[in-house]
Design a protein around this ligand. Structure first.
Ligand code: FES
Length: 98
């Protein structure tokens, strides 16, 4: 099972592959907003996927469009609810949106 490391706290959580990054962060007890309950509409679950990008699901057009409409996003930005874990460990960073 992949391990998700969450910055800046450094907390880690092991979850099943197929879990969204949002669910992993919530499972770890870290603060992250999710106003639309994972529908990819609100952008509140934004995070930076700083390591393990290749093991996480690719960005779908709807997620990409939502990120494009947001301020403060970067190349490593993902919507936590739309990014699904594969089998490898990842590191995410919660900044500015949580
Ligand atoms: S919870 Fe709304 S976009 Fe992820």
């Amino acid at each position: 099972m992949p391990v998700v490391t969450i910055k800046p706290s450094g907390k880690t959580v092991e979850v099943a592959s197929g879990t969204s990054l949002l669910a992993a962060v919530l499972h770890a007890g870290e603060p992250i907003m999710h106003k639309c309950d994972g529908k990819g509409e609100c952008g509140a679950c934004h995070l930076f996927l700083v390591e393990g990008r290749k093991t996480v699901s690719r960005i779908a057009p709807a997620e990409n469009a939502k990120l494009d409409s947001m301020i403060g996003v970067g190349l490593k930005s993902r919507l936590g609810c739309q990014a699904i874990l594969g089998n490898e460990d990842v590191t995410v960073e919660l900044l500015g949106f949580a």
